[in-house]
Design a protein around this ligand. Sequence first.
Ligand SMILES: Cc1cc2nc3c(=O)[nH]c(=O)nc-3n(C[C@H](O)[C@H](O)[C@H](O)COP(=O)(O)O)c2cc1C
Length: 208
Amino acid sequence: MLLHLDASARRTSFSRELSKTYADAWRAARPDAPYVYRDLAADPVPHITEAWTELCDYVLAHEITDISRYHEAVGTPAQQQAWDTLRPLLDEVVAAEVVLIGTPMYNYSIPSSLKAWLDQITFPKMSLRGRRFVVASARGGAYGPGTVREPMDHQERYLRDFFQGHFNVEDVAFINTELANALVDPRLAHLREQHEESRRAALKEAAQ
Ligand SMILES: Cc1cc2nc3c(=O)[nH]c(=O)nc-3n(C[C@H](O)[C@H](O)[C@H](O)COP(=O)(O)O)c2cc1C
């Protein structure tokens, strides 16, 4: 199963273009495989609640690492409500072979819509090993190796650390379209061709 998420606040967006390119290629190669799509910007998942934290504490206190046992934590109506909200989201990730995330860089990091999804599905010491995570991203500037802004890339760094450190997932790929701001900021107009090159290369990689 391919789980495809988008998080850009824009309907016409570079990260959406990139994630769609990847999803189209993946689905063409596996026409019979299930496909689930979520638009986290248009249809946001709610922030976690106090009852959610109680479920989380229960799982931690009872050393439950098996995802199929999380439901044992539910004891109150509020906890049931929190569970009903998170369960379909968690079921989708567990069922996925590939989790594809189209996301912009916002303020050196990820959009809050994506963070809200991550908060909902993440429990202590859980493993999602065996899945592949693919991040199709767009950013206004350039953050590649050797650039002045490389240390400020808390988007790729954060997601990579999170998937590896928390989910125990090693199979993580990033495809980035850079310098999107060159199209809107007159001071960066001289970088438009570089942006277009970055976009072309990213789309080619996503299609492969
Ligand atoms: C709220 C907001 C914050 C942004 N912050 C950054 C940033 O910190 N660094 C950056 O390089 N670009 C930043 N950008 C530019 C976006 O990353 C860029 O427009 C990108 O193309 C957005 O992805 P999208 O085309 O998929 O919507 C920001 C844009 C918005 C709307």
